[in-house]
Design a protein around this ligand. Structure first.
Ligand code: KDG
Length: 314
């Protein structure tokens, strides 16, 4: 049985080799993407077992993603191959500063047809942490219901639940709907991991403490707020709180996937019973390493390079 279970939409990502808008770029490199998939790669590379629940189209993208997941030693036994819908993909831009722009080709994708009936309860019986994100919740009504059912099954079987809101306004009908649905999903989770700007949007609060208190009042046990290269802060229902400094990297190449790397670091730290401050420090290190490469998960470190990075940048 898996230590961590996650559920979401895998995609093929087209990574531009030049800056400029879509028409100006001549070469793209293919890769695999998806917030939960990125977390799965990060967790697996650190030697923990992770199971990924999804639907893939029976097409070249689906086959490519499946092979890549297997090569990363991610448990794919709960992935359903869907003969009727295509696998999603997306393009991003290459920028010299800030976050890249993204363009999705994912409407009615195979993963958006994931439904509560696709979840096998036996998968949840011995897992330790369920990791959900707001992207899976955004792609369709049935996928949102699958997230809710997964959360229910995880709680029933004594698993901890972690939630990264990962807001993607373009996937929602309105900001109000996004706020309401994501905050409902966050309620009662063991770990909620918003970025500081996401937290402001979702809670209407403008300080990290205000954001943390908002979620603690909703029954969340630990709120961990990411603040880019500055690091992260946490506040817990049991009274612990702390500020954990980030890691500096010489050049930021692409910020996509940094939050997922952070989640993989924190969750594996929790599985290894590290103090929360240490788990968050690992999350910061993985987030920093992630932004040094253009892919969404290629820079997820193996344990040895993570330890080396953390020692050299202590
Ligand atoms: O967190 C990284 C993801 O945003 C990326 O891999 C693609 O899942 C994706 C999305 O919906 O943007």
């Amino acid at each position: 049985m898996e230590n961590i279970i996650t559920l979401g939409e895998p995609m093929v990502v087209w990574i531009p080799q030049q800056t400029g808008n879509f028409g100006e770029v001549e070469t793209f490199q293919k890769g695999v993407a998806g917030a939960e998939l990125n977390v799965a790669v990060g967790v697996s590379r650190l030697g923990h077992r992770i199971g990924y629940i999804s639907r893939l189209g029976k097409d070249v993208f689906g086959t490519y993603i499946l092979e890549r997941l297997k090569a990363e030693k991610i448990d794919t036994s709960a992935i359903i191959m869907d003969g009727e819908h295509l696998t999603g993909s997306y393009f991003k831009t290459k920028v010299t500063e800030g976050n890249p722009e993204v363009f999705y080709l994912r409407k009615n994708s195979a993963a958006s047809f994931l439904a509560e009936e696709d979840l096998q309860e036996k998968f949840f019986r011995e897992g330790k942490i369920l990791h959900l994100t707001g992207i899976a919740a955004a792609i369709s009504e049935n996928c949102l219901n699958a997230c809710k059912k997964a959360k229910m099954l995880a709680k029933k079987h004594g698993m901890k639940v972690s939630f990264d809101p990962n807001i993607r306004p373009s996937l929602w009908k309105s900001m109000e709907e996004m706020q309401r649905v994501l905050n409902e999903l966050a309620a009662d989770c063991d770990y909620v991991l918003p970025g500081i700007e996401e937290g402001k949007i979702l809670t209407g609060e403008d300080t990290w403490e205000g954001i943390a208190d908002f979620y603690l009042k909703m029954g969340v046990k630990n709120v961990i707020i990411k603040d880019g290269s500055s690091g992260a802060v946490y506040k817990c229902a049991d009274g612990r709180s702390g500020v954990v400094k980030g890691f500096h990297v010489a050049q930021v190449v692409d910020t996509v996937g940094a939050g997922d790397a952070f989640a993989a670091g924190v969750l594996t730290g929790i599985l290894e019973n590290l103090p929360l401050s240490e788990a968050v420090r690992r999350g910061n290190a993985m987030g920093a390493m992630m932004v040094t490469e253009p892919g969404d998960n290629e820079a997820m470190p193996q344990r040895e390079s993570l330890e080396k990075f953390m020692k050299e940048n202590a």
